[in-house]
Design a protein. Sequence first.
Length: 184
Amino acid sequence: MKYLIFILVFFFPLNIFASSKYLIKNKLEETDNISFKFIQKIGKKTEKGECIISYPKKILCRYDDIYNKILVSNGRSLVINSNKITNYLRYQLKDTPLNLILDKKFLLSKLDQVEMVKENDETFSFEIEHNNNLLSIFFDKKNYEIKGWTTTDIYQNRVETKLFNIEVNMMIDEKLFRIQKYIN
């Protein structure tokens, strides 16, 4: 009986960690693309919209605002455009935190290196520190899909993004990610 208690106390928590990490990794490996609605908080400002991510490194987000804001990446460049600005903003994707979030191979390799997956009532999460960027990624406890992330933008603002109405591995037209379509 003492041995059974010893095994349960010392090995059961490790098995929970190992299995959740394994299930998160499996789900991420199986994901080619993801479509979702989001709520994003940057300081006191809240934005909403919907996005499509296609791995590797492509994203299209349409914001629910009066300015018709669009964020799009073709895997190399990131463009932000809206009716509010006279010229679009263009960044090298590698210079933004989205470069890490949109790189499934990078996330999988970092997940392999993670010593501890944090847990709360709804999510598992892990943190990545890379090139002075701290990125926290959250996964749903029920289905192990990505639920959101927290990072710092290029202006040093804390950005918290929560995903909902998630659909995985849909048929997507890759032409959606052509930047030229969104530049006025």
